[in-house]
Design a protein around this ligand. Structure first.
Ligand code: SRM
Ligand code: SF4
Length: 552
């Protein structure tokens, strides 16, 4: 194995606490881009430099620079916003961005299309709403996700608080964000010691999720660290800990692979869970691969050193032993759409937001609907890892007002009329902003689902909750390897098709066919749905049948 550090490692250690030359890059009016090293560093501040890929050729023909802009992602542990914060997000989205508010697969939002000169005003506006984008990207702990349902049970309140605590505990200590984007006074870098990240940060991104069985809505095993709440008689008794999940792989590189996290033990209180997450991060910091970024996620560290070594090292660093993993049963990953009453008597309405794109289109004015609801001040907002949005904490007397607004702007009809399969589906961003996309995803999946709905109808499978997910490349941002049917882009208009994951997210799928175009996908699904409708056992899910039928 090479021991030469990757170029990103030098950029991090030379960055003076993630400052680099970002200030100078921002002032350079000759280009919409940043200096090369700063393009890496800005990620740690929650932003990505991008360009409009639909316009690359046209601009190249005119000998023009690419059309650079920035995507900003918020740090939002547990995916929560107050109505006041939503109003701020809505207004910010209307000023310097494409206008679309994009709910991500990790329970937060992204805004795209921000020009370089507008980054600072955007961050300042977020800051006024007590929102930030620190560590939403980069080689650090990312947005901590937590079970969204039902948002008001005491157990869920506890895990939402734990998500906040983990996010704060693993937040980089540098004050570069405040200096660069908010013009706060410079702090002498030497005084900023960061015991967790030191000056090298982690070898790669690090993701933590907290699940509350039986709903695995956070897809807990696809994370570097999964905490699974063990609930008895309505109380959390502790957490199972699972390590080494991750979806990303690279076409043609067999050393890379998706992996589900392995349960390694149980801790009986929150303090120990926090300590465990922290020390798992320090082991990854010290042992993770810093030469080849394709092999640097925790999953590869775990597989390289072995679980025994990892657990011994973890117990040594924590100063206490892990207990035996408790039995856990997950039965679903689905969002509970529509109205749900929660334990404390308040109401939640979960809205279908196809691929997380919140906008106004024709009669379906989702963005306006949420804005108007937020204006009443009578509902909080919580995002789900399924790219959806829940209006929550609604008191019974306020329910009619909110329902009327949702009806007025077409949100209820939109949610109720969407088919079962569409409501289970997810697609990543892909074109036109993702620089890594090989094929379309969120712009194409809705049309493909329409054709799939017709096939399902032909075999009376309309009510089957088959989980389908699509990504524009093998990085796996919509977790396609944990879908019953996964589509992974290989080239424009072509996808690898994967089959066989289970509904609860405890088993990965396997490659079924390579590089299929739409006609081939529909033909193969036609055949598979026919067999499934004729031969399945009562209640047998499509993913389970795929294995029994030995399709993969
Ligand atoms: Fe992702 C990179 C979008 C969730 C695995 N992801 C990207 C970038 C930033 C492209 C880039 O590096 O320049 C994409 C930006 C597109 C755009 O224009 O907005 C991008 N990822 C997304 C989002 C927005 C997809 C979505 O439609 O919701 C999700 C934002 C999550 C968030 O709020 O933090 C998103 N990405 C995920 C997930 C799912 C998850 O975390 O539950 C995964 C798979 C799990 C995992 O991490 O293994 C994921 N994204 C990746 C990878 C592959 C990482 C790897 O280990 O190999 C990359 C590429 C990379 O890091 O080099 C990537
Ligand atoms: Fe981009 Fe690939 Fe992630 Fe889709 S899966 S957003 S194409 S990196």
């Amino acid at each position: 194995m090479s021991t030469k550090l990757s170029s990103t490692e030098r950029i991090k250690t030379d960055s003076k606490g993630l400052r680099g030359t970002l200030k100078e890059s921002l002032l350079d009016e000759h280009t919409g881009a940043l200096r090369e090293d700063d393009q890496v560093l800005i990620k740690f501040h929650g932003m990505y430099q991008q360009d409009n890929r639909d316009r690359r050729e046209e601009r190249a023909a005119k000998k023009l620079d690419r059309l650079y802009s920035y995507m900003i992602r918020l740090r939002l542990p547990g995916g929560f916003l107050t109505p006041e914060q939503w109003i701020a997000v809505h207004e910010i989205a209307g000023q310097h961005t494409t206008g679309v508010i994009k709910i991500t697969t990790r329970q937060t939002i992204q805004l795209h299309g921000i020009l370089k000169a507008k980054i600072k005003p955007t961050i300042k506006a977020f800051n006024e709403a007590i929102l930030d984008s620190i560590a939403a990207c980069g080689d650090v702990n990312r947005n901590v996700v937590a079970a969204a349902y039902p948002s008001q049970s005491a157990v869920h309140r506890t895990v939402h608080q734990l998500a906040d605590k983990i996010s704060a505990y693993l937040k980089p200590k540098t004050s570069a964000y405040y200096e660069i984007w908010l013009d706060e006074e410079k702090i002498i870098e030497k005084e900023e010691t960061d015991e967790l990240y030191e000056d090298r940060y982690l070898p790669r991104k690090f993701k933590v999720a907290i699940a509350v069985p039986p709903n695995n809505d956070v897809d807990v095993y696809t994370n570097d660290v999964g905490l699974i709440a063990i609930v008895e008689a309505g109380e959390i008794k502790g957490y199972n800990i699972a390590i080494g999940g991750g979806m990303g792989s690279t076409h043609g590189n067999s050393a890379t692979y998706p992996r589900l996290a392995t349960p390694i033990g149980f801790v009986d209180n929150e303090e120990k869970a926090l300590k465990a997450v922290y020390e798992i991060a320090t082991i990854q910091r010290d042992y993770g691969n810093r030469s080849d970024r394709k092999l640097s996620r925790l999953k590869y560290t775990v597989d390289q050193y072995g679980l025994d070594f990892f657990c011994d090292e973890l117990e040594r660093r924590m100063g206490f032993a892990l207990e035996t993993t408790k039995e856990v049963i997950f039965t679903t990953r689905a969002d509970e759409y529509g109205w749900q009453q929660t334990e404390n008597g308040t109401w939640t309405y979960t809205l279908f937001t196809e691929n997380g794109r919140l906008l106004d289109e024709g009669d379906v004015q989702l963005k306006t609907a949420i804005y108007e609801v937020a204006q009443t001040g009578k509902a909080n907002i919580r995002f789900t890892c399924h790219q959806n949005l829940s209006l929550c904490d609604i008191a019974l007397p306020d329910k009619p007002v909110i329902e009327a607004l949702l009806k007025q702007y077409g949100a209820i009809a939109h949610t109720e009329q969407a088919s079962v399969v569409r409501k289970q589906a997810m697609a990543c961003v892909a074109f036109n902003t993702c620089p890594l996309a090989l094929a379309e995803a969120q712009r194409y999946m809705p049309a493909l689902i329409s054709s799939i709905e017709q096939l399902l109808h032909q075999y009376a499978l309309d009510d089957e909750e088959i989980i389908m997910r699509m990504t524009g490349c093998p990085n796996g941002c919509a977790r396609p390897y944990a879908a019953e049917i996964g589509f992974v882009g290989t080239a424009y208009g072509r996808y690898n098709v994967y089959l066989g994951a289970d509904r609860a997210g405890t088993r990965l799928n396997k490659l079924y066919r390579e590089s299929q175009d739409e006609a081939a996908i529909l033909a193969l699904l036609d055949n598979l749905f026919k067999q499934y409708s004729e031969q399945r056992l009562p209640g047998e899910a499509f993913g389970d049948f795929s294995l029994r039928a030995a399709w993969v």
